[in-house]
Design a protein around this ligand. Structure first.
Ligand SMILES: [Zn+2]
Length: 238
């Protein structure tokens, strides 16, 4: 919130909260890539040891997952941006047609944030004089009109985060020799999940131990279930 900033242009860069959100989303995306690709390749490894098959399955999983993440992110951010634009347009219209009511509204909102009646009135008047739309966008809607999230950027970030995570189990299952690949993959995946759990706990200022445990348990479960399914199908000669 740039209420106290004398020059509002200084407040335009992504703030600490924004950066933390991006970082948290990146960790979650990478975690997703690790778990889903690990489950996929370990499942296929339960049925076959052929490197070409493992590579094909893992690569297809990586691409399908990263594009699905990117598309989902694009759609959700676009929708959010559309509704933010609509809210801004409505606000602009209200400011033009009933400026007095809008000034009262802004005053009350500022009062609700803890300012005294008189100070709220003064602040509201000055903000309205300076840039009424920005003041209403920030105080009333909680958005920065110059900094709406770009859906392409969000989609690209999701794509990269998922791909980075997915590469780990893919390489771990494909590169080692036949007798080694399974345990190397399991160990690498559990280590990566411990790291992801630790980072996301630290970013959210939550206790790390439980986050690490839950994250590793989720990945172990995914690999266990798909391995069992793959082994059953492999044994049945499917
Ligand atoms: Zn308003």
């Amino acid at each position: 919130m740039s209420l106290q900033t004398p020059d509002h242009h200084e407040a335009h860069g992504p703030g600490l909260g924004g950066r933390l959100n991006w970082l948290r989303a990146a960790v979650l995306g990478a975690n997703d890539g690790v778990v889903s690709t690990a489950g996929l390749v370990v499942g296929v490894a339960g049925a076959t040891d052929a490197r070409g098959t493992l590579l094909t399955a893992g690569l297809a999983g990586l691409l399908a997952g990263s594009m699905s993440m990117a598309a989902g992110e694009y759609v959700s951010v676009s929708t959010q941006r559309d509704s933010e634009r609509a809210a801004l347009a409505l606000e602009k219209c209200e400011l033009a047609t009933e400026p007095q009511a809008e000034l009262v509204e802004l005053t009350e909102l500022l009062e609700g944030k803890g300012l005294s009646r008189q100070l709220a009135q003064e602040v509201a008047e000055q903000l309205t004089e300076h840039d009424a739309l920005r003041a209403h966008a920030e105080v009333e809607l909680g958005i920065d009109p110059d900094d709406l999230t770009n859906p392409w950027q969000a989609a690209g970030a999701s794509f990269l985060a998922f791909t980075a995570g997915a590469l780990l189990p893919l390489l771990a299952i494909v590169l080692p020799g036949a007798g080694q690949r399974l345990w190397i993959t399991v160990v690498a995946v559990l280590a990566a999940l411990a790291l992801c759990g630790w980072s996301s706990a630290r970013l959210g200022a939550a206790p790390a131990g439980r986050a690490i445990g839950r994250n590793m348990a989720g990945g172990a479960l995914a690999m266990g279930v798909t391995y069992a399914a793959g082994a059953l199908l492999g044994a049945a000669g499917v």
